[in-house]
Write a protein that binds this ligand. Structure first.
Ligand code: ATP
Ligand code: MG
Length: 160
């Protein structure tokens, strides 16, 4: 189906904003005008965005979470960035593995099963997308997604 990913993201943010506020975190959101539709499954994308926001909120104690969406030559880009605890460089290659959790002490404190990102990566790739992460310990983490299957801009119409 052709999906407006900005609408999907707005729904996911709406579901996450209460938990963010409880920790004193704002979710900044900006989307490029006239973002084209993407060919993907809206429900699965909701799951992807909620998982990424859940992590951003859970692993951030202060600062902000920001979500941006824009278009580039190779498709729609989505970035979820936080100012949280970050991920040690040596562990970055494993965070998309099933049941992988960073640092035992951290895991005990924050709960979770270690499945979130494995599911996210699967869902993204099933829909022809890619995901990559950059992170700096104690500075923050950024997940960037690319969805190459976009509609011609014209089909978007003027109704935005
Ligand atoms: P759950 O299955 O409930 O999502 P989880 O959050 O531990 O459990 P993943 O979402 O797969 O599992 O994340 C794997 C690990 O990567 C986490 O344990 C966490 O240490 C680290 N991580 C994920 N996202 C972030 C983030 N935004 N900032 C810092 N660390 C993160
Ligand atoms: Mg998680």
């Amino acid at each position: 189906e052709w999906v407006d990913l900005s609408e999907v993201m707005e729904g996911a943010i709406h579901k996450s904003v209460f938990r963010a506020r409880k920790k004193g975190l704002d979710i900044e959101y900006s989307v490029q005008d006239r973002l084209p539709l993407a060919y993907c499954d809206g429900n699965r994308m909701t799951q992807v965005f909620i998982n990424l926001l859940d992590n951003a909120i859970r692993y951030t104690e202060k600062g902000r979470i920001s979500v941006t969406m824009w278009q580039e030559e190779d498709g729609i880009k989505i970035a979820v960035t936080d100012t949280g605890m970050g991920i040690p460089e040596a562990e970055l290659p494993y965070i998309f593995d099933r049941f992988y959790r960073v640092e035992k002490s951290r895991s005990r404190q924050y709960g979770g099963t270690g499945l979130g990102l494995a599911i996210v990566k699967n869902l993204v790739e099933l829909q022809g997308g890619t995901i990559f992460v950059t992170s700096k310990l104690e500075k923050g983490t950024r997940f960037e997604l690319t969805f190459p299957n976009v509609a011609e801009t014209e089909t978007r119409g003027e109704d935005r």
